[in-house]
Design a protein around this ligand. Structure first.
Ligand SMILES: CSCC[C@H](NC=O)C(=O)N[C@@H](CO)C(=O)O
Length: 677
């Protein structure tokens, strides 16, 4: 079937007329990012009549993303704001009777829980918290709300220090670290040791009650339908930090505080939810095999943990974000299939169907998967609807009647009407190694004419267990708008195809994923419109691993930008924020016990072959793939006399695209480097 698609696509593609550019329109340009608007987190009311969603916008003056809540009826009428201003409003949740919503907002300076009465619009903050709340959940009778907050643990005191004399200006002092996790990408400051706890508060406000205790993280709380107890996940073994990927499900009686452990298999037990009839618990996870990739399955069991069954055997794709259907006979879930993010429905016997495809995220970066949905009691649902040609909008549908999915918002109508964008085309190519087909996409520039010759950029995703797809990507659209054909693929190791495909690179990364990438390049070059003297390569994170690996294996690229890479696995597992996971799951031994296996997969081992002019690009506060990884490669290239430069993006974590200006810088530096060669 896929082979047939290739045969059909190639002639179609070659015969396709030039991409028409509308003279009235201009090409997508850097500052246009600030005009994009995205729909996120659509929450449909319990009666299915109204959707509240989070609208993301960008402020060119402060370079900030801000979010507001908007409301619209299922029919598409009555579209109106609930909040306004350039702050952060998010995580709306409907009360079970649909009379109120709870949400979080920073409008009072720090993040607090707010409740709004939908008939009158009366709104009040109901908390006075010193730390940000998350995971808001209404009790089934609508009288209370659960939430989680991170509570700092007592800090170590090693030295008795004298105080400076009054008025003295001493240096700031020292940071004392004794916890396993002391840095987390995205938090620029050293982390305080803290633990996530579950709280209960009256929906009318008042003092919250702390339900959990101890130096353990408690996550994913959800109510039992009778409101008498809650489920949550925690690793209360005392070794959670050094033994990641392990959390058990607990049930706690709200009145007595009594806690019962329901599961005991070693591994993650995610998002436990009790069926509306109170009979079953569903959760996502797996029995841990200590490898880099394992399929996340969907399980159900009785309330006491007995009769555990995996029900997603036929799916062979990761299950996330589960919601019970009202009749307790099936669950809704999110999954990615062949680079397409979908909403599914699975019956308890394992039969599943796709309810909606093309879910979209609010990322202005690269075309990764994700998306959000919610379902009303009567089967009406709301989704964040993606497309390769515009930012994510809101759409609704109904299950099981399968009424046509209807896009309700068109926040970006004026944008799409005034811009010429690149066009995304799918391809499949046989891998030259093993019997895999590799899926990819070609983004051609707005005025593309296949009889001309174009420079080409291969852009490689990270993870490595993630997937790209035909999704709106300002980052790659900017490259296309400057005249490049951009090629992106899902080499082996990518998710959304099969366990076999994703786990091929377990403790074997990078390896033949490199060949898959080169097969995709060959395929596109063979289409006849690529100038082979202007082939460029880039990729971030895992894509930085693979781009630096590639230039150690071939000199076919005229220039490379290696973004936020891992260059040396030995140093990486001893400097990255998530080091217990990387060291335990991506390698079979610690580095000092078997340095060879670290070196043989490290791009630094191939740097002696590199002749390609290479730019390193990294966020100055990247704690996931630390700056020292880029520095090692840069310094090795300089020692070898290879043309190299290094760009450190200020105020940036690993997520360079989290501020528009940094994303703009990233693309401008990449293109600037390529233009030189
Ligand atoms: C290769 S080491 C860490 C990789 C990192 N994984 C998770 O943070 C990564 O590749 N990140 C990707 C995907 O999120 C990225 O593009 O930044």
């Amino acid at each position: 079937m896929k082979k047939l698609l290739i045969l059909l696509l190639v002639p179609l593609f070659l015969a396709s007329p030039d991409q028409k550019v509308d003279a009235q329109k201009t090409n997508f340009d850097y500052l246009d990012i600030y005009d994009l608007q995205y729909v996120d987190d659509p929450q449909i009311s319990p009666d299915g009549n109204t959707i509240i969603y989070v609208r993301h916008q960008f402020d060119v003056m402060t370079d900030r993303r801000y979010t507001n809540l908007w409301s619209i009826s299922f029919s598409g009428d009555n579209h109106k704001p609930i909040t306004s201003g350039k702050l952060g409003y998010g995580t709306p949740v409907w009360s079970p009777d649909g009379s109120r919503i709870a949400y979080t907002s920073s409008e009072d300076g720090s993040n607090q829980v707010f409740v709004r009465w939908m008939d009158s619009g009366a709104t009040s903050s109901i908390t006075n918290l010193t730390h940000s709340p998350g995971n808001l959940q209404w009790s089934p009778d609508g009288t209370q709300l659960l939430f989680t907050i991170n509570i700092p643990a007592e800090q170590p005191k090693i030295a008795n220090l004298p105080s400076p004399p009054e008025g003295a200006e001493w240096t700031e002092g020292a940071t004392v670290i004794d916890q396993v996790y002391y840095q987390a990408d995205g938090s620029f400051d050293t982390l305080e040791e803290s633990y996530s706890h579950i709280y209960l508060i009256s929906a009318e406000g008042g003092a919250p009650r702390k339900l959990t205790d101890g130096n353990y993280d408690h996550s994913s709380p959800s109510w039992a339908p009778d409101g008498g107890s809650i489920l949550f996940t925690a690793d209360r073994s005392g070794n959670a930090d050094l033994d990641p990927n392990n959390a058990q499900i607990y049930e706690m009686n709200i009145e007595s505080g009594e806690m019962t452990q329901i599961t005991n298999k070693r591994g993650p037990h995610g998002s436990p939810k009790i069926s509306p009839d109170g009979q079953y618990i569903a959760y996502t996870g797996y029995e841990d095999q200590f490898v880099g990739y394992q399929l996340t399955d969907l399980y159900i069991m009785n309330r006491d943990g007995s009769n555990l069954q995996k029900i997603s055997d036929d799916l062979d794709m990761d299950v996330s974000d589960i919601t019970w259907a009202n009749d307790s006979r099936s669950l809704y879930f999110r999954y990615d299939e062949e680079g397409n993010s979908k909403l599914g429905n699975i019956r308890l016997n394992g039969d599943y169907v796709t309810v909606a495809s093309n879910l979209g995220t609010s990322s202005i970066g690269r075309p990764y998967g994700g998306g959000a949905y919610s379902v009303a009691d009567n089967g009406r649902f709301a989704i964040s609807l993606g497309s390769p040609d515009r930012p994510t909008e809101l759409a609704v549908g109904h299950f099981p009647t399968r009424m046509a999915i209807t896009q309700l918002t068109n926040l970006n109508e004026l944008f799409t009407e005034s811009k010429n964008l690149g066009v995304t085309t799918e391809f499949w190519v046989d891998s030259s190694v093993d019997d895999f087909e590799i899926h990819g996409w070609i983004l051609t520039p707005p005025d593309f004419d296949p009889s001309q010759q174009y420079p080409m950029i291969l852009e490689i995703h990270g993870g490595p267990h993630t997937n790209y797809g035909p999704r709106f990507t300002p980052e790659l659209q900017l490259m296309a708008s400057k005249g490049y054909v951009v090629v992106y693929t899902n080499p082996r190791g990518s998710t959304s195809y099969s366990t076999e495909f994703a786990s091929y690179i377990n403790q074997n990364y990078p390896s033949e994923d490199h060949n898959d990438l080169m097969d995709a390049v060959d395929y596109v070059v063979d289409l006849g419109y690529i100038d082979e003297d202007r082939l460029y390569i880039t990729g971030g994170s895992g894509g930085g691993v693979l781009s630096s690996w590639a230039i150690g294996k071939t000199d076919r690229f005229a220039a490379a930008v290696v973004a936020k890479p891992v260059i040396n696995w030995y140093s990486f597992v001893l400097t990255a924020d998530m080091y217990p996971f990387f060291a335990k799951y991506w390698f079979t031994e610690y580095p000092w016990d078997d340095p060879e296996q670290y070196l043989e997969r490290s791009p630094i081992s191939l740097v002696g072959n590199v002749t390609t002019p290479t730019m390193l690009l990294v966020g100055e506060y990247d704690y996931r793939t630390p700056v020292s990884e880029s520095q090692q490669y840069y310094q090795a290239l300089k020692l070898r006399g290879v043309d190299a430069s290094m760009v450190k993006i200020s105020d940036s974590s690993h997520s360079i695209a989290s501020t528009p200006s940094n994303l703009i810088r990233k693309v401008a530096y990449i293109l600037g480097w390529f233009e030189k060669y």
